[in-house]
Design a protein around this ligand. Structure first.
Ligand code: UD1
Ligand code: UDP
Length: 382
């Protein structure tokens, strides 16, 4: 019997770790599963916990309004110290690249507990973009004993950094496991604020923005460009679930409040959001997770960033990396909405990020590496 503690704190970590937690719980005779959340996000985390019916054993409740990186790091590190001292897990699993991820890995390392890194090996090569995620994932990788890389590209990044190949498993991304459990052609979504959207006659542009490096002027440029687009192209509507970060909300309010056919709503629960993506024509985002999900639903994605650690869908042609410049956002969006050939070229459904089996592979690898199982998992390989 081994004790595996899963640590997460934000919305995307919860969405991507939920399938892993549910899979760990399928092996009660070999694995004792403990879930500790920092609650770096509060409402946006709780929405996911409720959907997947995950009841954390520990909830540090660290979120504060306009929290700094120092706040999150120190509160999470201190809180997790106590939890790990009490539970003494055999393995701590963290996900991705948030500050919770790094603090969780560091807390485990200080107690010499092995760390498993889910979504390991993503890199842009620029430690300030995305900030602080690129450094969070590099530091977490340096601490980890076992790495679950979603793709061969991510595995290659780790190999180049000298990670022992025996400790890397290529599993696919668990976000595709979550998405496959959630998107359903029959789903009839009713989200507050969407009652007025004309899904029948209008094309829906889905927009999300939250990256720290886009706060302020870059976001302002994006919003001005979208405002111009809906003004010119009358059969379009923008649905924009606005992140709860007050710094995001301020600029959104200044640029987009009250604009016809732009719907500003609160962050949506994952199930209606994923299904809304399925009903959208086009996605504009600076999110990591959405860059992985939308291509698998055949939706063109314009990524509002200068760098991406997810080159696979760019290579497949369904994602364009366009940055945040007003002219670029305006032109690229307009092109896709007015040129059928350009749209068709970007709207192939591709699945470079996973096949829905990532959590099964991760748990099989844990049983192999830590619990004496004889069979290694198969490798995700597109
Ligand atoms: C964090 C992660 C980022 C991830 C993103 C996903 C870090 C440094 N950043 O960024 O990697 O992509 O989450 O969304 O780890 N807030 C609420 N309620 C919530 C969530 C947030 O009110 O449920 C507000 C709070 O005022 C909080 C602020 O948003 O202080 C910012 O949250 P924070 O986690 O610091 O940064 P994100 O931009 O969400
Ligand atoms: N998401 C959601 N509701 C929303 C917006 C996004 O459930 O209103 C989901 C989305 O499907 C994806 C994840 O949240 O799985 C992405 O989170 P976010 O963009 O906050 O973070 P990132 O992926 O950039 O770290």
């Amino acid at each position: 019997m081994i004790k595996v503690m899963t640590v997460f704190g934000t919305r995307p970590e919860a969405i991507k770790m939920a399938p892993v937690v549910l899979e760990l719980k399928k092996h009660p005779e070999q694995i004792q599963t403990v879930v500790a959340v920092t609650a770096q996000h509060r409402q946006m985390l709780d929405q996911v916990l409720e959907l997947f019916q995950i009841h954390p054993d520990y909830d540090l409740n660290i979120m504060s309004q306009s929290q700094t990186l120092y706040d999150i790091t120190t509160r999470a590190l201190q809180g997790l110290k106590t939890v790990m001292e009490l539970e003494k897990p055999d393995l701590v699993l963290v996900h991705g690249d948030t500050t919770t991820t790094f603090a969780g890995a560091l807390a485990a390392y200080y107690q010499q507990i092995p760390v498993g890194h889910v979504e390991a090996g993503l890199r842009t090569g620029n430690i300030y973009s995305p900030f602080p995620e690129e450094m969070n994932r590099k530091l977490t990788g340096a601490i980890s004993s076992i790495h679950f890389s979603p793709t061969l590209t991510a595995q290659g990044n780790l190999l180049r950094e000298g990670v022992n190949p025996d400790n890397i498993y290529v599993t696919g991304n668990t976000v595709i496991d979550a998405l496959m459990k959630t998107v359903n052609d029959e789903y009839d979504f009713t989200a507050e604020g969407l009652e007025d959207v004309d899904f029948k006659n209008h094309r829906i542009i889905l927009l999300t923005t939250h990256r720290r490096e886009n706060l302020g002027e870059p976001m302002r440029h994006i919003y001005k460009a979208l405002r111009q687009i809906v003004e010119e192209i009358k059969d379009t509507e923008v649905v924009f679930p606005v992140h709860r970060n007050p710094l995001v909300r301020k600029v959104v309010e200044e640029e987009l409040a009250g604009v016809d056919r732009i719907h500003l709503i609160d962050p949506m629960e994952y199930e209606p959001f994923a299904n809304l993506m399925h009903h959208s024509c086009l996605v504009l985002t600076d999110s990591g997770g959405i860059q992985e999900e939308a291509p698998s639903l055949g939706k063109p994605v314009l990524v509002l960033r200068d760098t991406t650690e997810r080159p696979e869908a760019v290579d497949a042609g369904t994602v364009h990396l366009i940055g945040t410049d007003y002219d670029k956002v305006y032109k690229e969006t307009k092109e896709l909405l007015t040129n059928e050939g350009a749209y068709a070229a970007m709207s192939n459904a591709v699945n470079p990020y996973g096949d829905g089996q990532a959590s099964r592979r991760i748990v099989q690898a844990i049983l192999y590496a830590f619990a004496g199982a004889t069979e290694k998992p198969d490798e995700f390989n597109v």
